[in-house]
Each structure stands twice: as structure tokens, then as C-alpha cells.
Design a protein around this ligand. Structure first.
Ligand SMILES: [Zn+2]
Length: 72
């Protein structure tokens, strides 16, 4: 969704064009990008995933561990 937004003509010329200079279809090319694109396409999604894990999944995992240890 962020990449689609970066294809807007005003943003593409200044931010996303650098990413398309490299034509090899390999994953590491995602890192070859403008710093603004790198933050919003590569770093923020990973950080949000970590926030999700620590806020929502970790309490459930800890609760399951506690409950399963009590049942033994
Ligand atoms: Zn693109």
C-alpha cells in the first residue's frame, strides 16, 4: 500500500524513482531506496509488527504458559 502511494507522480520523481534504478528482481533491492522510503516501507512495518507482538501476543503467550503450568 505504501509503495502504491509512492507511485504518485509527485512522490515518484523525488522519492521512489531511486528504488527503480536497480532492475534486478531480488529482495535485497528493497534496501536500495530513498531514506524516507526506507523508513516508511522497510522500518515502520517491522516496528509495528514488533509492537503487535509485545502488546497482544506476548500477554497471551505468558497467560497460556501460566495456565498450562497450573493444570499440571
Ligand atoms: Zn515502484
Amino acid at each position: 500500500m505504501i509503495v502504491r502511494f509512492l507511485h504518485h507522480p509527485r512522490l515518484y520523481k523525488h522519492i521512489h524513482k531511486k528504488h527503480h534504478e536497480w532492475t534486478a528482481p531480488i529482495g535485497i533491492v528493497a534496501l536500495y531506496s530513498h531514506p524516507i522510503e526506507h523508513v516508511f516501507s522497510n522500518l515502520v512495518p517491522v516496528a509495528l509488527g514488533m509492537v503487535y507482538i509485545f502488546l497482544f501476543l506476548m500477554p497471551n503467550i505468558i497467560l497460556m504458559c501460566v495456565v498450562s503450568s497450573l493444570e499440571i
